[in-house]
Design a protein around this ligand. Structure first.
Ligand SMILES: NC(=O)c1ccc[n+]([C@@H]2O[C@H](COP(=O)([O-])OP(=O)(O)OC[C@H]3O[C@@H](n4cnc5c(N)ncnc54)[C@H](OP(=O)(O)O)[C@@H]3O)[C@@H](O)[C@H]2O)c1
Length: 229
C-alpha cells in the first residue's frame, strides 16, 4: 500500500512511518518543509536500512496517489492542514486522523482537552474536507515512544472510529502489521469524541508515573478486529 504520513516528521507520524515501512508499505513522509521531510527520510533509512521504502515530500505532494493518508499534526494546525490537503484528497481515499484536541493548542496543558464545535477533531476535519474521503479516527492510545521502539511490540489497543467499515478494516489491517497491536472498531466517527480524549488521559498517567508509554487495552476478547457482520 502507498501511505502518506502528513506531519510525519513529528513523533507520532515518524513512529507510524517506521513501523509501516518496516511492514513493507511504500511510505511518504510529509512536512510543511521539504528539507525537513528529507531529513526525516534520512533518519528513517538510518534506522531501517538504505533500501527501506520511505520517501519524503511537502505535505501536499505526499498525498496524490496514496491509498491511505495518515494525518499526525497538532490540533492547532489541523484545520489549516486539511484546507491545504483538500484538493488532493480524492473520493474514496482512506484518511486516518490521529489528532487529539489537546489544550496546548490554546496555551493549556497537554493533559487537558478542548471540545471542538464539530464534536471531535476528526469530525471537524471531515467538515473542512467535505464528503468523499473516508475518515477513520484512531491511534490516540498509541504512544509515539512505543512506536519508535522497534525492538519491542506495542502494548496497547488501537481504537478506531469510523462510519465506513471497509475503511476502518483497512486501517485495522495496518495495525495488525505492527507487532503487539490489536484493533477495535469502537463505532462511528462521532466516537472520536471519546477516543481522542484518551491521549490526554494517558499523558496524565505517564506524567504521574514518570513513564512515556502508557497504553490502553479493551478486555473481553483475545482478538477484536472486524466485528461479525
Ligand atoms: N505523540 C504521541 O505519543 C501521540 C499519541 C497519540 C496521538 N497523538 C496525536 O498525534 C498528533 C501528532 O502528535 P506529535 O506528538 O507527533 O506532534 P508534533 O511532533 O508536535 O507534530 C507533528 C508534526 O506536525 C507538524 N506541525 C507542527 N505544527 C504544525 C502546524 N501548526 N500546522 C501544521 N503542521 C504542524 C510538524 O511537521 P513539519 O514541521 O515537518 O510540518 C510536526 O513535526 C497530535 O494531534 C497528537 O495529539 C500523539
Amino acid at each position: 500500500m502507498r501511505i502518506a504520513v502528513v506531519g510525519g516528521t513529528g513523533e507520532e507520524g515518524f513512529g507510524l512511518a517506521l513501523r509501516l515501512a518496516r511492514a513493507g508499505h511504500d511510505v511518504v513522509i510529509g512536512s510543511r518543509d521539504e528539507a525537513k521531510a528529507a531529513d526525516a527520510v534520512s533518519r528513517a533509512k538510518a534506522i531501517l536500512g538504505a533500501d527501506a521504502p520511505v520517501g519524503g515530500a511537502a505535505n501536499i505532494d505526499a498525498v496524490p496517489g496514496a491509498d491511505v493518508v495518515i494525518v499526525t499534526v497538532p490540533f492547532a494546525g489541523q484545520a489549516k492542514t486539511y484546507e491545504l490537503l483538500k484538493p488532493a484528497l480524492v473520493d474514496g481515499v482512506v484518511v486516518l486522523d490521529a489528532t487529539s484536541p489537546l489544550a496546548t493548542a490554546v496555551g493549556g496543558k497537554a493533559w487537558e482537552v478542548l471540545r471542538p464545535w464539530a464534536g471531535s477533531a476528526a469530525e471537524q476535519a471531515r467538515a473542512v474536507v467535505g464528503p468523499g474521503p473516508r475518515f477513520v479516527a484512531g491511534f490516540h492510545t498509541i504512544a509515539a515512544s512505543a512506536l519508535t521502539d522497534l525492538d519491542s511490540p506495542v502494548d496497547s489497543d488501537v481504537l478506531l472510529a469510523g462510519d465506513d467499515a471497509e475503511a476502518v478494516a483497512i486501517i485495522g489491517s495496518l495495525a495488525d502489521q505492527i507487532p503487539g497491536l490489536r484493533w477495535v472498531h469502537v463505532g462511528g466517527l462521532a466516537m472520536a469524541r471519546i477516543t481522542e480524549t484518551l491521549t490526554p488521559l494517558l499523558i496524565s498517567i505517564n506524567r504521574r508515573y514518570k513513564r512515556r508509554d502508557a497504553g490502553f487495552r479493551i478486555v473481553g476478547e483475545s482478538d477484536w478486529g472486524a466485528p461479525a457482520p
